[in-house]
Design a protein around this ligand. Sequence first.
Ligand code: GCO
Length: 406
Amino acid sequence: MGKFPEGFIWGTATAAHQVEGNNTSNDFWLMEHTEPTMFKEPSGDACDQFHLYEQDVRLLKELGFNAYRFSVEWARVEPEKGEVSNAALEHYRRMTAFVREQGLTPIVTLHHFTSPLWFAREGGFAAEDGPAHFANYAGIMADVLGKDWGQVCTINEINIPMRFFHDGMLGDQARLAPFLKAAQKRCGSDDFSSFFIGDIEGAAEGMKKGHRLAVEAIRARAPETPVGVTLAIQDEQAIEGGEALRDAARARCIDAFLDITKGDDFVGVQTYSRSIYGPEGKLKVSDDVEKTQMGYEFYPEALEATIRYTADYTGLPVIVTESGIGTDDDTRRRAYVERALKGVQNCLADGIDVRGYCYWSMLDNFEWMLGYKPTFGLIAVDRITQTRTVKPSAQWLGNIAKANAF
Ligand code: GCO
């Protein structure tokens, strides 16, 4: 298949709440421990990466990767409004410096689904001053990490709540109402709004504003930092009669968010599969196709389509900030990534500016409402001892990273 461009990013990705463990000051922790809950199990210790990150970064280096995408937990940095934890800032400064010292680029996400509880209690991004609070936090992180971090993703999958809201996964607000009410009661505020429940449409507008304000705050303090936002973009296809519905869904849940990337340095594309629209709306995934643990169609070719769509729509460089598969068959993980990378090479061959590929995820981790059942990791984690076990796909992808070719 040939070489990738000089300096191509080869990374793996994680998120603080999914791997660190015991993020007790954020909104998800409250919702995980409030009945009724939409979580299969609480995040608990996760992968204890708050304490074990050095061994994990050393593993990535040994495997051959040149980047690590991780997120900073805002709730650790600012556990109460205006009260900044120097210990947390020091932790993330040490972690980012360590990633750099190991020769990997730290790709830092500032918001990956979770928010400080005080922020959610006040209405989150839907609150009038929500965007400004986020930009203030982004500025603090630019001051502390600005000399070591590489690319910065302000908000992870800024568009996914709207997608779930309109696709029915979260759109059935009646089904979610008991979880929201329980969280509001538990935290003593009817304004409680979190990433997946609450004022989804208000929060979407707030996140767009928050992204722009955060980019300004980062550029004012760390002008060399390449900054962007990441989107959940599936390959949105249509069969005859489904085109208008597909176009409308894509306009509402993708284009409306790509529109706020004007002036950014890159767009983070996160793609797992495709959706197919018919005259009645999105089709159920057919029973006779291979599916992943998430119920998605096994369709790695989606990535080529979403890179092309995003590059064409924005004219910006693309970093694949997430691509991966939940599976307990590691040979299917390798087959998936091989086909996804062929799509990346097709885009590169056509002159599209793809800067890198980050596999989701480094570790089997806390898959949000589904708990620990889905296993996306290149590395397995023993839930009791936290022992890491490198899977064959990790060696295989690491060798591609080392050769910068396959
Ligand atoms: C997302 C998030 C990740 C998920 C991953 C697998 O895209 O939902 O960025 O946190 O764990 O995508 O579903």
